[in-house]
Design a protein around this ligand. Structure first.
Ligand code: ZN
Length: 146
């Protein structure tokens, strides 16, 4: 794959810190499932997960599994990363159609940066990172096998 195609950072460059509020997200990702925190009282989705619902202050939380579909809300193109001068990264903020109001900060991978568009449809994939966790990243929808 060409160095110009957007990738995620190498596994050993990414370490997550999970706490009791965020751990369900990461445990699901480890099973290749994308979930979002949803208020158990008012139904408000929130990402990143927080201990209290910002709408109603409830601590009740459900973790519905999402389809894995996403839409590019905003993105950047990064050429080179400390120690990885040839890396091309496309950090993005994506909307999750199954979790209205929730947005995820992620990376779009497997695509030429100039082909990424606001509103582009994506599907989730999972990238191995440190300590056996999997990081949700996104590929262009319909292009999952490439
Ligand atoms: Zn709520």
């Amino acid at each position: 794959m060409s160095a110009r195609v957007a990738t995620a950072l190498p596994s050993d460059r990414i370490t997550i810190t999970a706490d009791s509020t965020t751990e369900p997200f990461w445990l699901a990702a480890k099973e290749r499932r994308l979930v979002a925190a949803q208020c158990g009282d008012c139904g408000h989705f929130r990402l990143p997960p927080t201990a209290y619902c910002p709408q109603c202050q409830s601590t009740a939380v459900d973790w519905p599994e999402l389809s894995g579909r996403a839409v590019v809300y905003s993105f950047a193109v990064v050429h080179g990363f400390p120690g990885l001068p040839d890396a091309t990264l496309v950090p993005a903020v994506v909307d999750l159609p199954d979790a209205p109001g929730a947005r995820l900060v992620t990376n779009v991978v497997g695509v030429l940066p100039e082909d990424v568009r606001i509103g582009m449809e994506l599907v989730v994939d999972f990238h191995p990172i440190n300590d056996g966790w999997l990081l949700p990243v996104f590929r262009v929808a319909g292009d999952e096998e490439s």
